[in-house]
Design a protein around this ligand. Structure first.
Ligand SMILES: NC(=O)c1ccc[n+]([C@@H]2O[C@H](COP(=O)([O-])OP(=O)(O)OC[C@H]3O[C@@H](n4cnc5c(N)ncnc54)[C@H](OP(=O)(O)O)[C@@H]3O)[C@@H](O)[C@H]2O)c1
Length: 321
C-alpha cells in the first residue's frame, strides 16, 4: 500500500510517499481502507519533535512510529474473528491519536478504539476533520464542566481546536467571545460566537471583560496576561505549554490555591467522544471547518501549509486508492 513515512525528525521534507506492506488485522481489529485523513498540528509536532516531551512519547532520537496521521475516515475492508460491532463495508471515522498511522491507504484499529460509524450526513473529508479539534476542546470542557450561563473567551477561534471549541461551547450553552483574524470574523460568528474580537486590530488582554474561563486555543497568550479578565474563581487553559512550560507549573501551583486557576488536562481519546461528535454532526450542531484539501502525493505541501500556523480550521488529505 502507499503510505507517507518518516524515519527521522525534521522539516516537512523528511516525509516520503512510498510503498509499505499492507497491515493485517488482529483478531480484535478492523482493517480500514482510508479515504480521508488530515494534517494537523499534532502531526507537525511529532514530525519536528521540538518539545522533549514528544521524544519521550514518540522516540528519543528517531520516531518509533513511521507513519503520521491521527484522524481518519474510510471503509471497513476486513474484520478480525472476534470483532462483533463492525462489519465489512461499514463507513467509519475516528482518531488514532498517539499511535498515528492514518497517512496511508490502510490502517488497523482495535474494535474498542476511538472509531465509530460515520455520520449519515458527512463526507469522508468532513468526518476525518471532525475528530481531533473537537476532542481536544471537549477534553477541557469536560474538565471545567462547561455549562449554560458560563462566559468563555476562546483565543484563536480560527484554528482547528478553536473553531471546534466555539461550536461545542455554544452547544453546552455558554456565552462565547472569540478572537479571529479579519478575514474570518463572519465565519466565527456563523459558528455561534456571541462576540468576535479581531486579533489583528485589538489585543483582547488589554480590553475589559469578566470571564469564567479563558481558553487559549492557539497558545499565544499566557495566564498572567489573561488573569485580570478572569472572575475571582476563573480558569485559564491553553493548548500549549506556554513560555518555560509555565502552564504545567501554574496548573500545579494554582491547584493548591483558592483563586484563579490554570488547568492542563492530559487528553485521552475515547470511542464515546467520537460517537458524541457523530450525534452532533447528524443533529446539525457541528460542522468541521475545512480550509484546504490535498491529495496524499502533496503531503509535503500540505504539511508546509499547516506548519505556518495560519490555517483556518482543518487541512484534509484525500486518499484515493
Ligand atoms: N495539547 C495538545 O495535545 C495539542 C494537540 C494539537 C495541537 N496543539 C496546539 O494547539 C494549537 C492550535 O492548533 P490548531 O490546529 O487548532 O490551530 P493552528 O493551525 O495553530 O491555528 C491557526 C489559526 O490560529 C490563528 N492565530 C495565530 N496566531 C494567533 C493569535 N495570536 N491570536 C489569535 N489567533 C491566532 C491563525 O490566524 P492568523 O494566521 O490570521 O493569525 C490561524 O487561523 C497549536 O499551537 C498546536 O501546537 C496542541
Amino acid at each position: 500500500m502507499k503510505a507517507v513515512i518518516y524515519t527521522k525528525y525534521g522539516p516537512p521534507e523528511v516525509l516520503r510517499l512510498t510503498d509499505v506492506p499492507k497491515p493485517v488485522q488482529k483478531d480484535n481489529e478492523v482493517l480500514i481502507k482510508i479515504h480521508a485523513s488530515t494534517v494537523n498540528r499534532t502531526d507537525c509536532g511529532f514530525r519536528k519533535a521540538e518539545y522533549f516531551a514528544v521524544r519521550v512519547v514518540g522516540g528519543l532520537f528517531k520516531p518509533k512510529n513511521h507513519i503520521l496521521g491521527t484522524e481518519l475516515a474510510g471503509e471497513v475492508e476486513a474484520i478480525g474473528k472476534d470483532v462483533k460491532t463492525f462489519k465489512i463495508g461499514d463507513k467509519v471515522f475516528g482518531l488514532k491519536c498517539m499511535k498515528f498511522g492514518a497517512h496511508a491507504e490502510y490502517i488497523c484499529v482495535k474494535e474498542s478504539g476511538s472509531i465509530t460509524t460515520m455520520p449519515s450526513n458527512a463526507s469522508y473529508e468532513e468526518a476525518a476533520a471532525s475528530c481531533e479539534g473537537p476532542w481536544l476542546a471537549l477534553t477541557y470542557f469536560k474538565k471545567i464542566k462547561l455549562n449554560k450561563g458560563h462566559k468563555i473567551l476562546i483565543n484563536g477561534a480560527t484554528g482547528s481546536i478553536g473553531s471546534a471549541g466555539v461550536q461545542l461551547a455554544k452547544y453546552f450553552g455558554a456565552e462565547v467571545t472569540a478572537t479571529s483574524n479579519t478575514k474570518n470574523m463572519e465565519l466565527i460568528k456563523s459558528l455561534g460566537a456571541d462576540e468576535v474580537i479581531d486579533h489583528t486590530k485589538e489585543d483582547f488582554t488589554k480590553g475589559a471583560g469578566s470571564y469564567d474561563f479563558i481558553f487559549d486555543a492557539v497558545g499565544k497568550s499566557t495566564f498572567f496576561k489573561c488573569k485580570k479578565l478572569l472572575k475571582p474563581k476563573g480558569i485559564y487553559f491553553s493548548t500549549e505549554l506556554g513560555p518555560y512550560s509555565q502552564n504545567i507549573w501554574m496548573a500545579l501551583l494554582t491547584s493548591f490555591t483558592g483563586g484563579k486557576k490554570v488547568i492542563f488536562p492530559i487528553p485521552k481519546d475515547t470511542k464515546e467522544d467520537i460517537a458524541f461528535f457523530k450525534k452532533l454532526i447528524e443533529e446539525g450542531k457541528y460542522k468541521a471547518v475545512i480550509d484546504k484539501v490535498y491529495v496524499l502525493d502533496d503531503i509535503i505541501e500540505a504539511t508546509k501549509y499547516v506548519d505556518k500556523g495560519e490555517k483556518t480550521g482543518n487541512v484534509v488529505i484525500k486518499i484515493i486508492g
